[in-house]
Design a protein around this ligand. Structure first.
Ligand code: NAD
Length: 506
């Protein structure tokens, strides 16, 4: 046993009381879907956890109709402070059930329990607390006095942070006075169904939040539904593009949070041990299934060898295995499809001449796993420097001057995140100013806070989530009474003019 061999420390699943089948959550109740049900499995064992319903177009109609009724009859009529009370209640229930949610998320998604326990679930509660506070302060959201909600929001989310993405979507929508139909990703519906139970516990009025499960066709039917007013999508750029096309020409408001290929830039004056921790956190957190991952390391040429040596030493200490074990750093890859994509792009990296390295680590027999991997000798033309791999794979490039670092960092169709490691504040500010990325971390990486807006440029999407900006995405300016009167009079039928030669009767 080496000094880093730990005895197994698995979190117990005894506190979970899961059902064998989950229905759709529509109008405050669980109801079976009319599509073909599918299984949700643990990616660490490939064993079935539960069966999940699939919503067909008629179910989508029902869910949107329930959201519309709830919008018209209850939610849009509540005061902001009353809406806020529901959100505070949801936040507290998330905290009360935090351990259960963390275990369920690790089981269903494959991510390590120490991340669901210390990052995902606390942030979910924080998001609801934060937007609960906004619900009665919408005048300050930046869209003018007395802003109006939009109506019914259709929200579609991915599998990498199932519960957290749900919170990013639902909390601001409700605070702003909208009702919601949300579709989780098909491989990670479990915690959304537990969240539906929390909504029942919180006594949220029926229909304010509806959760429908299913695959891409369910998502498509939802975003194309004529009675939704807002579409909020987080997922791949390809699907985001298709949604943008389908929403174009309608009056639906749209926000898109898409892919990324973030640059993590390390200058020669950076504190190297801290930078190495930041590189690890940037690309191996959540198995690299992170849209804003620092998946391209740009390291100044003079310190390249030292950084890579220390990085390899640190990577040897990463523990891959059972997501429910409290010592696990790298859990399971979420699905067989995602594993195939990571393998394919990594093989292409080797074929194109990059040098591949992974620490020795035992890969469990069942389940989907990929050892943490770095590629050195990568050039900007390599696929692994351009395409989003969405796995625990780092591509290392070098630069000599700040100008070269900026040019290389911006040489991507994406623009979601970047990191800068340097001892000099002035250099950090000067470089950050020239990077085309929605979020830039300095001497840290992958830090999230509900008060901080998050979103991208270029093919990373448009619109912002989090902070005041995330709230404004669910609001529209109210029409002032004088403007409303003018609009009404211009819309009224014109008074008939008297025929020529006749006097108007008084
Ligand atoms: P995906 O686009 O395949 O699926 C996302 C969701 O869209 C799923 O719920 C899916 O069922 C649904 N969907 C699929 N086809 C659809 C269609 N035609 N119409 C409507 N909905 C449809 O993405 P994924 O593989 O689940 O997630 C990974 C991607 O998400 C990565 O590219 C990642 O970068 C991105 N992501 C972005 C952010 C961000 O904030 N920018 C956050 C997390 C993930």
């Amino acid at each position: 046993m080496s000094f880093l061999d730990y005895a197994p420390a698995p979190e117990s699943t005894a506190l979970l009381s899961l059902k064998s089948d989950y229905g759709l959550f529509i109008d405050g109740d669980f109801t079976p879907g009319r599509g073909t049900p599918f299984q949700t499995i643990s990616p660490a064992t490939e064993q079935q956890i539960a069966m999940i319903s699939s919503a067909n177009a008629a179910d989508v109609d029902l869910a949107v109709a329930a959201a519309r009724r709830a919008y018209d009859r209850t939610w849009s009529r509540l005061s902001g402070s009353d809406r806020g009370k529901y959100l505070f209640r949801i936040a507290r229930l998330v905290q009360e059930r935090a351990r259960e949610l963390a275990v369920a998320e690790s089981l269903d998604n494959g991510k390590p329990i120490k991340e669901t326990r210390d990052v995902d679930v606390p942030l979910v509660a924080a998001w609801f607390f934060y937007y609960a506070g906004w619900a009665d302060k919408l005048d300050h959201a930046g869209v003018g006095p007395n802003p109006a909600s939009l109506g019914v929001a259709a929200q579609v989310i991915p599998w990498n942070f199932p519960l957290l993405m749900l919170a990013w979507k639902i909390a601001p929508a409700l605070a702003a006075g909208n009702t919601v139909v949300l579709k989780p990703a098909e491989t990670t519906s479990l915690t959304a169904m537990l969240f539906a139970e929390i909504l029942q516990q919180a006594d949220l009025p029926a229909g304010v939040v509806n959760i429908i499960t299913g695959a891409g066709d369910t998502g498509q039917a939802l975003v194309n539904h004529p009675d939704v007013n807002k579409v909020a999508f987080t997922g791949s750029t390809a699907v985001g593009r298709a949604i943008a096309r389908s929403v174009a020409g309608t009056d639906k408001k749209l926000t898109l949070e898409l892919g990324g290929k973030g640059a993590n830039i390390v200058f020669d004056d950076a504190p190297i041990d801290q930078a190495v921790e930041g590189i690890i956190r940037g690309v191996f957190f959540n198995q690299g299934h992170v849209c804003c991952a620092g998946s391209r390391l740009l390291v100044q040429e003079s310190i390249h060898d030292e950084v890579i040596d220390r990085l390899k030493t640190r990577m040897q200490t990463l523990r891959l295995g059972d997501p429910l074990d409290k010592n696990t750093d790298i859990g399971a890859i979420n699905s067989a499809e995602q594993l195939a994509r990571i393998r394919e792009l990594s093989d292409i990296g080797e074929q194109e001449g990059a040098e591949r390295w992974s620490p020795d680590c035992a890969i469990p027999e069942n389940g989907f796993w990929f050892a943490p991997t770095i590629f050195t000798n990568v050039s900007t033309s390599h696929r692994i420097a351009r395409d989003e791999i969405f796995g625990p794979v780092l591509s290392v490039l070098t630069f000599r001057t700040p100008a070269e670092a900026i040019a290389k960092a911006n040489n991507t169709p994406y623009g979601l995140s970047a990191g800068i490691w340097s001892d000099k504040g002035s250099r950090i500010l000067a470089v950050a100013d020239k990077l085309r990325a929605g979020v830039i971390w300095a001497n840290t990486f992958n830090q999230f806070d509900p008060a901080s807006p998050f979103g991208g440029y270029k093919e990373s999407g448009y619109g912002r989530e989090g902070g005041r900006h995330g709230l404004a995405a669910y609001l529209k300016p109210s029409v002032r009474p004088s403007v409303r009167a003018a609009l009404a009079s211009s819309a009224a039928p014109a008074t008939k003019k008297p025929a020529a030669g006749k006097k108007a009767t008084k």
